[in-house]
Design a protein around this ligand. Structure first.
Ligand code: ACO
Length: 430
């Protein structure tokens, strides 16, 4: 929908009307696409704080109100009533599936879980202490070497096959990375198990003895994957879109997203939260660490706090917090002191003027790590778990971008502050 134009007046008094566009919900957008052509100026917005990069009908976030919706459905409702597989269908296809559609989709995902055997050999080349995220990004990228016959982005059938392969094989790749670091043999997928049961089986079973899947563990993972499934134009998703906009194959684009997710300011925060809680160690130390986080000279930040978009409670954090209680109560692991420490830190920060003024609330990663730990998942695997859930969001965005006729190669401009033109100086004269 086009609205009344936004009028800009340049310092020399030239007026320019920029088109204003409205989405279904959310703030209006000023279309600056023609600004350079008409006025010879660029916009400047490091970190894209006020910049929309695309049109999308997948996910909506209202950071002020703490709202997150996938295809219009509030995440709270999906968390309460849906499953990760159903949410995946919703994100990829735009609508909730009928029972028959869901059954077919679920069957397709279940029957594409195996990896080309050659990919397993690839794992053998990594050092035993390689970080699982390093392996994940390398092996996901390598999928373009193993599955290159169905990679034509302009072919909708190929796009479907790619989506199914990514969704189905991410848990298998993740589990293989874990098994390598733990020195245990790789466990093949069992397709009679559902998505999260199969992941647990691949992570924790060994050939020497039977393995019983804990239903609470499978339920908790399913919930975490629903909450991690998409988050509109976040750093890793924008990276996937940007890499894919050049026409790079989709596996390379997803591998780029995995790499972007790894950073501690993004998906790496769940690992960083646990490391931070370990470092704090005891409730008596909380005050000291809150003071460090507020000290501008000290680079320390409270990991799991703050968000670019949420200036209110992250709705995902509220849901996870409840699951955290449930998991700790039912699995009876000895993580209650860690959770108590996290809760006390949360309460102290929520009351602190610095965090209140800057609207720094706990984000999804503040609690997810505690759940993963209670499930027996090692810290180095936390971001890998996030990547499994987010892979469907990346895929949905890549498909949307490819199908959008207005997509152009992503190519931002810059404010150049280097030296103006100068002449080369021969080395003996420098
Ligand atoms: N602890 C202490 N101070 C903080 C924190 C924090 N966790 N987060 C932000 N601030 C302060 C900043 O120092 C800054 O203060 P200033 O205005 O006085 O300079 C102000 O709050 C705004 O912070 P920015 O870094 O400018 O906000 P931005 O939107 O760029 O960053 C981010 C958001 C990266 C999430 C940041 O809050 C952060 O580093 N948090 C910790 C890491 C984390 O939990 N990341 C996970 C995000 S959720 C996800 O990706 C799934």
């Amino acid at each position: 929908m086009t609205k009344e134009a936004f009028r800009l007046t340049s310092p020399s008094g030239v007026e320019l009307d920029l088109p204003v566009r409205s989405g279904t919900v959310g703030p209006d957008v000023i279309d600056v696409g023609k600004l350079y052509k008409e006025q010879r100026v660029f916009t400047y917005d490091p970190g894209f704080v006020s910049t929309g990069s695309c049109e999308s009908d997948i996910t909506y976030i209202d950071g002020e109100e703490g709202i997150l919706m996938y295809r219009g459905y509030p995440v709270e409702q999906l968390a309460a009533h849906s499953s990760f597989i159903e949410v995946s269908y919703l994100l990829l296809h735009g609508e909730l599936p009928t029972a028959a559609e869901l059954e077919k989709f679920d069957h397709t995902i279940r029957t594409h879980t195996m990896l080309n055997e050659g990919m397993l050999n690839f794992f053998k080349g990594f050092r035993y202490d390689a970080h699982p995220m390093a392996m994940l990004s390398a092996v996901v990228g390598s999928m373009s070497a193993y599955y290159h016959s169905e990679m034509d982005a302009s072919n909708p059938d190929h796009r479907d096959i790619f989506a199914h392969r990514i969704l189905a094989k991410m848990p298998t790749i993740a589990a293989a990375a874990y098994k390598l670091t733990s020195g245990q043999p790789f466990m093949y997928p069992q397709n009679d198990l559902n998505y999260c049961e199969n992941l647990l089986q691949m992570l924790f079973s060994v050939p020497a003895e039977p393995y019983e899947i804990d239903p609470i563990a499978a339920e908790a993972l399913d919930l975490l994957f629903i909450l991690h499934a998409d988050h509109e134009q976040n750093c890793s998703t924008s990276t996937v879109r940007m890499a894919g906009s050049s026409g790079a194959n989709p596996y390379s684009a997803i591998a780029a997203g995995v790499s972007a997710l790894w950073g501690p300011a993004h998906g790496g925060a769940n690992e960083a939260v646990l490391n931070m809680l370990n470092e704090i160690g005891d409730k008596s130390q909380i005050k000291k660490y809150v003071a460090k986080a507020k000290d501008k000279v000290d680079p320390f930040r409270l990991m799991g706090f703050g968000h670019r978009v949420y200036k209110n409670f992250d709705p995902r954090a509220t849901i996870i917090r409840e699951m955290c209680h449930k998991v700790l109560a039912q699995l009876g692991r000895d993580d209650t002191p860690m959770f108590d420490l996290a809760l006390e830190l949360e309460q102290m920060a929520l009351k602190d003027d610095y965090f209140v003024e800057k609207k720094l609330y706990p984000n999804v990663d503040f609690y997810s790590g505690i759940i993963y730990r209670a499930l027996g998942i090692p810290t180095s695997m936390f971001t890998v778990m996030f990547a499994i859930g987010r892979s469907v969001g990346w895929t949905a965005h890549w498909r949307e971008m490819i199908a959008d006729p207005s997509t152009r190669i992503a190519r931002p401009r810059q404010l150049y502050t280097g030296p103006p033109q100068r002449d080369y100086i021969a080395i003996e004269k420098r």
